[in-house]
Design a binder for this molecule. Structure first.
Ligand code: GTQ
Length: 348
């Protein structure tokens, strides 16, 4: 239905507009359609792809140009031009960065209000220590750094290590709730982070001292997630999407409170049509080659490539190989939207 056209700012006499401005007042009607567009939100989030082979040499160059002491976190931010590059946003809520740590380097301990996760892209021998739990980094692993927990990154290996940071920094910053506290190097309490939780159906439950930690599992090894996807594909061939969600094993809730994370397997030659959802979605290719189509854009993801798509558009994923499965990591802001009551799925 066509909405009636509303009065414009220019329709008002200048002296009236000046009188409003002088009293910090603004008429709603000239802006009403902009803040409440009919049917579907306007989105600054543009479909955007960041091919890894394009950014990798620049990230390695940052390793030569900027020592750790001058960077603290050596990161190239994957910024969405629709929001303006200087905003450092992939979407309204999501921040993406590729972080480089060179052998022997140390990214000092701090803690902050935004939640972070790391998806390891390449290299061996690096680790991150979160509240005393040392988490080794291997390609495809997901490591959580929930809000407020101390974390620092170290590297005992011999090759550069790169990982993808996904943070809810834009929304926390917008809320004027983003800040950091610097700290001293942590004492490692355990280097078997989360191992106690990596068995389906059972969680640690010592009598009397049941762990009520809100983030009991910090590391989700790719080998286990990949095996879960392959088992799902083998045992439930009729399932529409071979997909697993990263959850908190104590309570089955999303692994973190604001952003949600999942892994998808596309069977050889498979095309998957995802309905329009209100959340924005990030796709990161772990293995294989997937074509992502949405909102008039088409991205051919090679290994380690990352793209983001706005909400409210259907998305099609297509495994370009007819002989090998493809594996994709996804991040979205569905957990936040569900909590706020604005999450929607619009069936195809
Ligand atoms: O590794 O702690 O990409 O604090 C941005 C902010 C990474 C980190 C980022 C951070 C970190």
């Amino acid at each position: 239905m066509q909405l009636p056209e509303l009065g414009r700012l220019e329709d008002l006499p200048q002296d009236y507009r000046d009188a409003l401005t002088a009293k910090n007042l603004v008429p709603l009607w000239p802006s009403l359609r902009a803040v409440l567009p009919p049917g579907k939100p306007t989105s600054k989030t543009r479909p955007t792809v960041w091919p890894y082979q394009g950014l990798r040499p620049l990230l390695l160059q940052a390793g030569e140009l900027t020592p750790m002491e001058k960077a603290e976190r050596r990161v190239l931010v994957l910024a969405n031009p629709g929001h303006g590059l200087e905003k450092m946003q992939a979407s309204a809520t999501m921040y993406l960065g590729m972080q480089l740590l060179l052998p022997g380097e140390w990214a000092p301990a701090h803690r902050h209000t935004p939640n972070a996760v790391r998806m390891i892209v390449e290299g061996e021998g690096a680790y991150t220590t979160i509240d005393g739990e040392k988490c080794m980094m291997q390609r495809g692993d997901l490591i959580l750094t929930p809000t407020g927990l101390w974390h620092e990154h170290g590297h005992d290996g011999s090759e550069p290590v790169v990982w993808l940071d996904v943070l809810d920094l834009p929304i926390i910053y917008y809320m004027e709730a983003s800040y950091v506290t610097e700290g001293k190097a942590q004492t490692v309490i355990s280097d078997a982070a989360g191992l106690a939780y990596q068995r389906g159906g059972v969680v640690p439950a010592p009598v009397f001292t049941r762990n009520a930690a809100s983030f009991p599992m910090l590391r989700y090894p790719w080998a286990d997630v990949r095996a879960a996807l392959q088992t799902l594909a083998q045992t439930q061939p009729e399932v529409e999407a071979v997909q697993v969600a990263y959850i908190n094993p104590e309570n089955g809730a999303d692994a973190q409170k604001i952003l949600g994370f999942s892994a998808l397997m596309l069977r050889p030659g498979e095309t998957l049509r995802l309905p329009a959802r209100s959340c924005a979605t990030v796709f990161h290719q772990i293995e294989g080659n997937v074509q992502v189509d949405a909102d008039g854009s088409s991205f051919d993801l090679a290994e380690a490539d990352t793209c983001c798509m706005p909400g409210y558009v259907p998305i099609t994923l297509c495994n370009r190989s007819s002989s090998s499965p493809a594996f994709v990591f996804t991040a979205d802001d569905a957990p936040l939207q569900r909590k706020l009551g604005v999450y929607e799925v619009r069936p195809l």
